[in-house]
Each structure stands twice: as structure tokens, then as C-alpha cells.
Design a protein around this ligand. Structure first.
Ligand code: LMR
Length: 393
């Protein structure tokens, strides 16, 4: 039976991590997988998380099972950051913990399918795993253009998609810090998106994986809140992998917003059943550490400072790249200064990307996506010179 399986290509991004690790060149630059890096190229554990973990070691008295919903204290502690001060949304909001943002996206799509959604519209390019999840869960993927060549969002493409949608369609949107383009909708465009969803009545699925890495914690979810203020129901996938630096601990949350509070028990019972069949219950440790941070004023302040520091560093890198626009003609580096988060797309050919890797030891995704956090004062000049070199060919 098992010999019937055809070999699958390894995930390109995960393969890139291995390739970079095996490259012996000392001046290699990793712009591949989306992890934050400091000015020294490190991805350290947050100080606030370390302190919270120490408290957990000292005080946690059991690792007995929770349930499919995971650590509800963690899920509740995040709510005001995502949904605002009135985080209850009139009793229409319920959440649960998931294994990473990926688990939350998967649960969102599976729940939407169980509720009757047949097709999910996805702006492209998108995080490659979005399309894989949609296919694996078994809904039809429809695509529209996310970004224009000038490095801004193609709002018309999204509005037309919503307006032409069938009642059994859903739309999957990145809440902020779009992966892979870094191109986010403006506040005015989010207003338009909210109006379009409200007029059409189809289900929004909002993926918030980089909260706080763009403009600020409030600013990054302003668009999501505009949509939630207008639509009767929605699903939100959330990741703490980046904004708490908990990548491998797999820390995510999934929120369901119902038309009315009385709908929530049936919705959450379906989500719990899906979680039970997929992973039974989420890993506890990272969620417990986040809860510990968010329930302690000092640790919360420390976390906010650490997040500010990350965001400010990425904005500095973006400003430096934008200022080098004339050194790498045709790449529109100027637009990177206005974009958000870890990622940007450079319109490089496959050969140029290969030459950057082989001749300059610079690793980026085959799509032309770079992780701007891989750049710092010590390697940005080299990167810009290498770009100029491969462009001139
Ligand atoms: C990325 O896009 O690099 C990250 O979200 C990591 C991943 O799981 O793909």
C-alpha cells in the first residue's frame, strides 16, 4: 500500500533553511524563512518570555490534559490586543488555542467548510501554506491579485472578488504585514473592504500572523477591527510565533465571531470536534508563557518594549533599502519603505535569485521574497551591491 505513494517535493522554504545551514561561507546572508533577527543575526528568546518560563518552571504543578480549547486564560489575555477594549463583541466572540497560526488557519478553513463554504478566495501571491491548507481541507481555491507593480495593494481586485462572490464563498485575508509582499491595505481601503463584506454577507477569514511587527499593535489590527465592526460573522486566525518569538513552541489562537451569542455553542462545539480529530489539544507551554506575560504588568511592559525594538529595527532596514532605490534599478526598493513586516517581494528572475545564492551566499525564497529582518548594519551594503551586480548581469 505505502509503496503507492509518489515522492513529494520538500517544502521549498524549509529546504532553504537546510541549504543555508550547510553553506560554509562566513559572510552568508539568510533572507529566507520568516523569523525575526537582531542586528547580530540572532533570533533570541524574548526576555519577557524567559522570565515567564522561569515562573512556569517554579510554579506549574501539573501537566495534565486541558481540552481541545487549550489554555483559555491565554486565549482571553490576547483578546483586548486583537479586538480592542470591548473585547467581548456583545457576547458574539469565542476563542480557543491552536498549534501555531497554521493550526488556526487550518481550523478556520475546516470549520468554514463544515458550515457550507465551498470556495475560498485568496489574494496571490500568498504564504504558500495557505493554498496547501485549502487544498488539503478540500475547498476550492479561487485567486485574485493582491498587489500592484507599484508596490501598493490592488484594492479593486479584492472588491470585485467580494462583489462577485457566491453566498457559499469565503475570503481569506492577511490582517497585517502581508506575507510575502509586505503590502497592506490602507485604513481607507479596509473601510471599503468592510463595507463590501457587509453588503455581500460572505464570510471573512482573517489571518493575523505578524501583529505588532508593522506599524504598532493597535495600528496593525485597525483594519481587522473595521471589518469585524461591520460584518455579522467572521473567523480570525492568530499567531504568537513572531510577536512573542515562540516559533517552535507553536502558539496560536483561533477566534469565532457569531451572528448572535446563541449561535456560539454550536460553532465552538464544531471547532472543538475538529481540533480533537486533528491534534486533540494544542501544546501548552508557549500559550502558558504568553498568558504569564500578559497577566503581569511588568512582563507585559517588557514584552511591549521588545516588540517596539523589533519593529523599529525593521523600519530602519526598510528605510535603508528604500534609500538605495537608485542602486538597484527596476526593483522598486523605494516601495519597501512604505510596506510592513518581515517580508518584501523583489521582481528578480530565477537566474538572478540563483546567482545571489551561488555567487554571493545570499539566500531568499525562490519567489523573490526576502525577510528584511535578515539584514542589518553589517550586511545591507553587501546585499545592495549584490543586487546591483545580478541586475547588471
Ligand atoms: C514564513 O513564511 O517564512 C513563515 O511563516 C514560516 C513558515 O512556516 O512558512
Amino acid at each position: 500500500m505505502l509503496d503507492q505513494l509518489e515522492a513529494q517535493a520538500p517544502d521549498a522554504l524549509l529546504a532553504l533553511i537546510k541549504m543555508h545551514a550547510e553553506d560554509p561561507r562566513e559572510d552568508k546572508i539568510d533572507l529566507g524563512v520568516g523569523v525575526y533577527r537582531t542586528n547580530d543575526g540572532a533570533t533570541p528568546v524574548f526576555r519577557s518570555i524567559k522570565a515567564a518560563e522561569q515562573r512556569l518552571v517554579d510554579t506549574q504543578d501539573s501537566k495534565s490534559y486541558l481540552g481541545p480549547e487549550g489554555d483559555t486564560g491565554f486565549v482571553d489575555a490576547l483578546k483586548p490586543y486583537i479586538f480592542g477594549k470591548d473585547a467581548s463583541m456583545g457576547g458574539r466572540l469565542e476563542g480557543m488555542q491552536t498549534p501555531g497560526g497554521t493550526g488556526a488557519v487550518r481550523l478556520a478553513v475546516a470549520l468554514a467548510k463544515a458550515a457550507g463554504v465551498k470556495r475560498v478566495h485568496l489574494g496571490v501571491p500568498s504564504w504558500p501554506n495557505h493554498a496547501q491548507i485549502l487544498q488539503d481541507v478540500g475547498v476550492v481555491t479561487c485567486t485574485f491579485h493582491h498587489a500592484k507593480a507599484d508596490g501598493t495593494a490592488d484594492i479593486d481586485a479584492l472588491i470585485e472578488t467580494i462583489e462577485a462572490a457566491e453566498p457559499t464563498d469565503a475570503v481569506l485575508l492577511h490582517g497585517c504585514c502581508h506575507n510575502p509582499t509586505g503590502v497592506d491595505y490602507t485604513d481607507e481601503q479596509w473601510e471599503q473592504i468592510a463595507e463590501a463584506f457587509a453588503a455581500k454577507g460572505i464570510l471573512p477569514i482573517l489571518d493575523v500572523a505578524y501583529h505588532g511587527l508593522g506599524r504598532g499593535l493597535e495600528e496593525d489590527v485597525a483594519g481587522v477591527r473595521k471589518v469585524l465592526a461591520k460584518v455579522p460573522e467572521a473567523l480570525v486566525a492568530y499567531s504568537c510565533d513572531k510577536n512573542f518569538g515562540l516559533y517552535r513552541d507553536r502558539v496560536g489562537a483561533f477566534y469565532m465571531i457569531a451572528k448572535q451569542p446563541s449561535d456560539l455553542p454550536a460553532i465552538t462545539s464544531n471547532a472543538n470536534a475538529l481540533a480533537r480529530a486533528n491534534w486533540s489539544m494544542p501544546p501548552d507551554h508557549g500559550g502558558a508563557a504568553v498568558r504569564t506575560v500578559l497577566r503581569d504588568g511588568d512582563l507585559t511592559k517588557q514584552w511591549l518594549d521588545e516588540l517596539d525594538e523589533m519593529r523599529a529595527r525593521m523600519r530602519r532596514v526598510r528605510a535603508r533599502l528604500a534609500a538605495a532605490d537608485n542602486e538597484a534599478p527596476g526593483l522598486n526598493l523605494a516601495a519597501l519603505g512604505e510596506q510592513n513586516g518581515l517580508f518584501a517581494m523583489l521582481p528578480l528572475t530565477k537566474d538572478q535569485i540563483a546567482s545571489l545564492r551561488e555567487d554571493h551566499a545570499i539566500y531568499m525564497a525562490g519567489s523573490g521574497r526576502i525577510n528584511v529582518a535578515g539584514l542589518h548594519a553589517g550586511n545591507t551594503d553587501k546585499f545592495i551591491a549584490a543586487l546591483a551586480d545580478v541586475i547588471e548581469g
